[in-house]
Unconditional design. Structure first.
Lengths: 688, 129
């Protein structure tokens, strides 16, 4: 449709329709560029004009900048960043300045017309201000090749359209502002999340090797930056050494041992030296920027100090590919993050210092313990060896004189025997500790009974909770350890010993042995764990260290709490356990010679048909509990041998003693075995 | 007859030394800690010619204490100045030896070299028993 070919009525109708289409079309467009382009296209297509363009007032308010232009002329002018001075001699400039439309029906006659080489055919031009509210936000130019091309109707229709365009521009701007606000809100949310994450990590991660890489990853990922790195100053404060760097660039720089001089020309070096953030929103303008070949795309860089008290522990570098990338929000939140990080770094340093101090204390303690142990061992060996060599010397002299005093000779031999026996006992204690343990679920009550039986400890009050009935242990070693502890209580003069055991949900059994004996002074207690240290002249001082060794090997803990004159309480922790179940069948006729104790109840409950008695009789398999209290053991064995039942007899023990075992086997018994404590262990008694 | 006070908490050591000294012709009175050692000394102070103390044994309260023998040495020398004394120990500690000598011990004897103990005592007493 050409304006010049239309009748007045038709043209008015067409203009109204075009105006309505423009309104519908532009009302929903929120993208400003699209809105401008669509507007110029509609004006030219619907109204049949030669050219249309949209100018927008820039931020300075001095220039109207072309934002959309029809056709080749428009593209060329946009490429040239065409702009017109507001209030200048252009129609656009005047329309904006005066907030009113200007029409040049023959541009040659319009004084303010700017002769535009891109639009040489223009003969009529209209410039209409774009107004939103009270603000002139730009202007619309419409041009025609025809002289006097614009009728009053055109002007009215186009001004209506210009007004609608002004509203649409204002809406689009508002929308963009809303979008910006939304983006800012989202960014703030991300920053809060990042700050929260950093806050958690700085309080929970104490290893810098773990913490620092997490920090750079969090910073880069939460803020969308190009790179982040953390430098820490060396001990002399001369160099800032890279300790964590993001991505491949970080890896490469870490591999190179990247470091920057404190106080040097780099942003990091300056930042640490001055204890001030350094921000280069365009790195080309920052004199002290260090041009880094690993980070060629950096356009903005920030270096934040890591201050702790008056010290600067290092600095964080944060880099972006955008110029002016850091908002005030970024700087504030990142410096807060850096402050938290500095506290975490200082905590880590403190922890390292504490570890080093602890290691030194431990070394000193170990050395002290070794010294005490060596001293005690020398003393002990000297005292045990002296009577032997001295007695031998006397014996030699007596024999040389040819008139030995037989009574004295006998006593001398006893002295040698006794001293030798002590040495052998030490050897056994040491071998016991060195022996490899074979942990399995064991019935605590029976191990305790064996310990009491072996050491002849009477009247121990026992309170074992059902859930603490089983622990994981080597029965021989645990019986030995408990025996040593019970013997200590007895030798401390205890008249009452309480053994208790309870369990918790952590899978631990807590044992206590409390006595009312003489107690132990703090000074003695400190040395009590030292091998060969003893306050008793005839002791080798290995009982407590051996018990500690056994319990520790079983992944347990052993502590003693005591006050001199107020008894002692031994606390032991051991892993709780359950017996290993199994179906038992096909067993022979079994008679168990035992007291009615916990183990006998366990055994007879597991083995259908097994009978318990305190007197032997002829069965397929005769089992004897070595802890048997209700009958004397040796006469019982003699009775079994006399009845011809020895070969069918197995002695069961919680704690295997090689000497006792060989003695029993020599007497003709079938076997001596460790007691089964789980149903799964029982069939081996008749199957093997 | 020359009488020697022997104080040692190790009963085998005590008995063996006692027998060696008896065999060498000395009278021997024994005790096994500081308290009984002092009591035995006080009961026989006039007749005791020389005292032999173990260095490490129970002190006057009955608790085992390293160097307790020096406490007894001090009291015996205070009670009978000039009495010859020998301190026995399981190993040679220069500091303890010096301390013993400064209190007034005539010798510091390391157990294990017992072959020389009788000769040492004879040398201190200036004569055979």
């Amino acid at each position: 449709m050409k304006a010049s070919n239309s009748t007045g009525a038709e043209r008015q109708a067409a203009l109204l329709q075009a105006s309505a289409r423009v309104s519908r079309s532009i009302a929903s467009i929120l993208d400003l560029n699209l809105l401008f382009n669509r507007t110029v296209d509609i004006i030219c297509d619907e109204f049949g004009f030669y050219y249309a363009g949209v100018f927008v007032v820039d931020e300075s308010g001095e220039w109207a900048v072309l934002r959309a232009g029809r056709g080749e002329a428009g593209r060329a002018m946009l490429a040239e960043k065409h702009k017109l001075h507001i209030g200048g001699n252009s129609m656009i400039g005047a329309a904006i300045e005066n907030r009113s439309g200007r029409i040049a029906l023959d541009v040659g006659k319009e004084a303010v017309f700017f002769r535009n080489p891109f639009l040489p055919k223009t003969r009529s031009e209209m410039a209409l201000p774009l107004i939103a509210g009270d603000e002139v936000i730009g202007a619309l130019t419409v041009q025609s090749e025809a002289e006097a091309a614009f009728s009053d109707d055109d002007i009215a229709a186009l001004q209506t359209m210009a007004d609608q365009l002004g509203v649409a521009i204002a809406n689009a701007r508002l929308h963009r502002q809303n979008q910006d606000l939304l983006r800012q809100a989202e960014r703030r949310t991300r920053l809060l999340h990042a700050a929260n994450k950093v806050g958690k990590e700085v309080t929970s991660v104490l290893s810098l090797d773990e913490l620092l890489p997490k920090m750079v990853d969090t910073i880069v990922e939460a803020y969308g930056f190009y790179y982040a790195g953390i430098f820490l100053t060396d001990e002399r404060g001369e160099w800032a050494c890279l300790r964590a760097g993001y991505g491949e660039a970080g890896k490469a720089m870490l591999a190179e041992g990247h470091k920057l001089q404190v106080g040097g020309s780099s942003m990091i070096g300056t930042c640490i030296y001055l204890n001030e953030a350094r921000i280069a929103l365009d790195v080309g303008e920052e004199r002290v920027h260090f041009k880094n070949p690993h980070l060629p795309r950096t356009r903005s860089e920030m270096a934040l100090p890591l201050p702790f008290g008056k010290k600067v522990l290092g600095a964080v570098t944060i880099q972006s590919v955008e110029e002016g990338a850091f908002s005030q929000d970024d700087i504030t939140s990142l410096q807060t993050m850096a402050d938290h990080l500095a506290v975490a770094i200082n905590n880590s340093y403190t922890l390292e210092a504490l570890k080093a101090a602890h290691a030194e204390i431990l070394r000193n303690k170990v050395y002290e313990a070794l010294t005490v142990a060596t001293t005690e061992a020398i003393h002990w060996i000297g005292n045990k060896a002296l009577p032997i060599s001295m007695t031998i010397a006397r014996l030699k002299e007596d024999l040389a004189e040819g008139q030995p005093d037989l009574e004295s000779l006998g006593e001398d031999l006893d002295l040698i025997a006794e001293a030798s026996e002590m040495i052998v006992q030490v050897k056994e204690q040491l071998i016991g500790q060195a022996r490899e343990q074979q942990p399995r679920p064991v019935l605590l009550a029976d191990i305790l009974q064996a310990a009491c039986h072996t050491r002849n400890v009477k009247d121990v009050k026992v309170e074992i909770a059902p859930e603490a009935a089983y622990v994981v242990a080597d029965s021989t070693q645990l019986a030995r350890a408990l025996g040593n502890l019970l013997q200590n209580a007895v030798e401390a003069g205890a008249t009452s010993i309480l053994f208790s055991a309870s369990s918790d949900s952590k899978g631990q059994v807590y044992l206590t042995i409390s006595d009312n004996g003489a107690g132990i002074s703090a000074e003695v207690l400190e040395k009590a764990w030292t091998p060969f240290y003893s306050t008793k002249p005839d002791h080798h001082g290995l009982g407590l260290p051996a018990a500690l060794h056994v319990i520790t090997q079983l992944q347990g803990q052993l502590q003693i709490h005591s006050q001199e004159g107020a008894g002692a309480t031994v606390h032991i922790t051991l892993p709780a356990s359950q017996p290993i179940g199994a179906e038992i069948s096909g067993q022979p006729a079994i008679l168990l010679l035992d007291d009615d104790d916990d183990w006998a109840q366990f055994f007879t409950a597991c083995v259908p048909g097994a009978k318990r008695s305190e007197k032997p009789s002829d069965v397929d398999l005769l089992l004897i509990d070595q802890n048997l209290e209700s009958a004397d053991f040796d006469p019982l064995i003699a009775e079994i041998r006399g009845a011809g039942l020895a070969a069918k007899t197995i002695v069961l023990t919680a704690a295997m003693d090689v000497d006792k075992m060989t003695r029993l086997l020599r007497s003709g018994l079938g076997d001596v075995r460790l007691k089964p404590y789980s149903p799964a262990e029982i069939p081996a008694l008749w199957q093997e | 007859m020359t009488t020697i006070l022997l104080v040692d908490d190790e009963k085998l050591v005590q008995r063996s030394l006692e027998k060696t000294l008896l065999r060498a012709g000395y009278d021997v009175v024994t005790a096994n800690d500081c308290a009984s050692g002092l009591a035995t000394f006080e009961a026989n102070a006039a007749s005791i010619d020389l005292a032999v103390f173990d260095l490490n044994m129970p002190d006057f309260t009955g608790l085992h204490k390293p160097g307790a023998g020096l406490d007894l040495l001090q009291k015996v020398i205070e009670a009978k100045p000039g009495i010859p004394t020998v301190v026995l120990t399981a190993y040679d500690e220069v500091g303890k030896a010096k301390e013993a000598m400064s209190i007034g011990a005539r010798a510091y004897f390391v157990k294990g070299r017992e072959q020389g103990l009788v000769e040492l005592i004879q040398g201190i007493l200036g004569k055979t028993a």
